[in-house]
Design a protein around this ligand. Sequence first.
Ligand SMILES: O=c1[nH]cnc2c1ncn2[C@@H]1O[C@H](CO)[C@@H](O)[C@H]1O
Ligand SMILES: [Zn+2]
Length: 355
Amino acid sequence: MTAISYDDIVKAPKALLHDHLDGGLRPATIVELADAVGHELPETDPARLGEWFVAAADSGSLERYLETFAHTVAVMQTQEGLHRVAKECALDLAADGVVYAEIRYAPEQHLESGLTLDQVVDAVHAGFQDGTAEAAAQGRRIRVGTLLTAMRHAARSQEIAELAVRYRDQGVVGFDIAGAEAGFPPTRHLDAFEYLQRENFHFTIHAGEAFGLPSIWQAIQWCGADRLGHGVRIVDDITAGNLGRLASYVRDKRIPLELCPSSNVQTGAAASIAEHPIGLLKDLRFRVTVNTDNRLMSGTSMSKEMALLCEAFGWGWGELQWLTINAMKSAFIPYDERLAIINDEIKPAYAKLLA
Ligand SMILES: O=c1[nH]cnc2c1ncn2[C@@H]1O[C@H](CO)[C@@H](O)[C@H]1O
Ligand SMILES: [Zn+2]
């Protein structure tokens, strides 16, 4: 099999389920916005600032990785800042060949200058609308939905869950919790998850990234998560190819794993891409998806993550199609819309690549 080129991967349609809005800013935009609001940055040259983020996030600890977000969240406190970041996010993903994306952020982190939760969501959605329209005008079709995240150390999850449901017909497709995992089990937010289930709404939970099986078990069996954010530590329940009860449940129920290889290497959840459990989980036919998590902090993109996996595991178009269809099957938009993207866009494009 001939190796696939990075440029060809960029052109192939891709689907992205796990990407943080505040983890994907363009360095040059951070510099400009920080200047406007008087926020002090560790570097003011865009190229060096980009390198600073990757190096600082390359810490081996989720807690230290998360500290870098202070500099992105600081410049996302106005409607203009939020609008610009969302618009550029849609444009950057479209330019990378992403045709479907679910982008998450925590509205409660953007209230420091007096915006209301509704103003935050409205500004982000206007940005995504303008970004997708501009991408379409350039001949690139992308659909973007948002997930509203509640911070797991905070106590606003019920409020954010209600906000997500209120905006369900205006671009919000799901809910999530994020932040430091150890010490903050998902059951702290059980009320919010029970509310979302009664509303027939969708949610994913960051679990099994910096903490192991108990976190995954709670996310699924107590909270009812539709998908697992990361979930990579499910391998702790697999011994020499034999699945324990929790790993079996996750595989049998086809619970999607939102795996983020580069991010996991930075936070110490995996030693390297080549040693990342994604290889094993794919061979065992879990519902594996590939994601960027934070493009800025990992210096990555969907195409880069896929290229890294092709290089590490010898994967080709067959595997990339499988990952892409897995992601579309696991998306939070209605079934008929998912099917249309799979049948009208993904399958025809990969059929040509596979030919
Ligand atoms: O991989 C991750 N694990 C846990 N929390 C994360 C990760 N990436 C980002 N955030 C957190 O989610 C917030 C909202 O987007 C970010 O501000 C960051 O604190
Ligand atoms: Zn994440």
